[in-house]
Design a protein around this ligand. Structure first.
Ligand SMILES: [Fe+2]
Length: 240
């Protein structure tokens, strides 16, 4: 089993195109989408079109909930922008996504943690333009009750893979379309594969035309996104 793992596209269709082109050369058996698919100022409709066209397992993230229901606590301007760009069919697709899913017998997928799509798992929430690591107890605690050998999560936009002391693999592929904190503008995704020695992860970063994407975000009224898109050294407060 060889999986491509995509998370946090945030409506960045050009970054998604670069990732899908890379995946086309990777001979994967399945694609998994971990949520926050469309909420962003670049091309939410184009991102939804591409994602709905994939034969992929998809779950929802916190921003997908907020794009569907822009009146809920936490929803912001960029969720309203995305909602305004999506077709009725695309919004129906988004509204119907589950919070978590299983792929085969060995893989569990969620957006934040198994219980909550707003809780960061492998990194703590950002402190300005940096972040800190949670303790082993905190990381292991969120995996309690999940028997799967592989657990995939997103939400933090920080690519990381680790093993719990019992051997279970947890991997976060990072974000396709919105980079934060540690300076890589590239579109991130992951390949997770069951090899001869067990489950293994490759964290992949693909370059794309960030300048064109940043200009689109700015033209659509979100100048704060330019910093994140152009160089990736940004904290969430700069997104506006
Ligand atoms: Fe996100």
């Amino acid at each position: 089993m060889r999986l491509a793992v995509i998370s946090d596209v945030h409506g960045n269709a050009p970054a998604l195109d670069a990732v899908l082109e890379h995946i086309a050369g990777e001979h994967v058996d399945a694609i998994v989408l971990l949520g926050d698919h469309v909420s962003g100022p670049i091309d939410p409709k184009g991102a939804a079109e591409r994602l709905m066209g994939l034969d992929a397992v998809a779950i929802r993230g916190n921003h997908d909930r907020w794009t569907v229901d822009t009146g809920s606590r936490g929803a912001g301007a960029v969720d309203r922008f995305a909602q305004g760009r999506l077709s009725a069919e695309q919004l129906t697709w988004l509204a119907g996504l589950p919070a978590t899913a299983e792929v085969g017998d060995e893989i569990f997928v969620c957006h934040g943690t198994p219980e909550n799509d707003e809780t960061p798992w492998l990194d703590n929430f950002y402190d300005g333009r940096t972040t800190t690591l949670p303790s082993e107890e905190e990381v292991a605690g969120h995996a309690r009750g999940i028997d799967s050998a592989v657990i995939l999560c997103g939400h933090t936009h920080i690519a990381r893979t680790l093993r719990l002391s019992d051997g279970r693999l947890i991997a976060n592929p990072g974000s396709v379309g919105m980079q934060l904190v540690r300076g890589s503008p590239d579109a991130h995704y992951a390949i997770v594969e069951k090899g001869r020695r067990g489950w293994q992860t490759a964290l992949i970063a693909v370059p794309y035309d960030t300048e064109a994407a940043a200009k689109l975000a700015e033209a659509n009224g979100f100048p704060g996104w330019g910093e994140s898109i152009r160089h990736g050294w940004a904290g969430p407060e700069s997104l506006g």
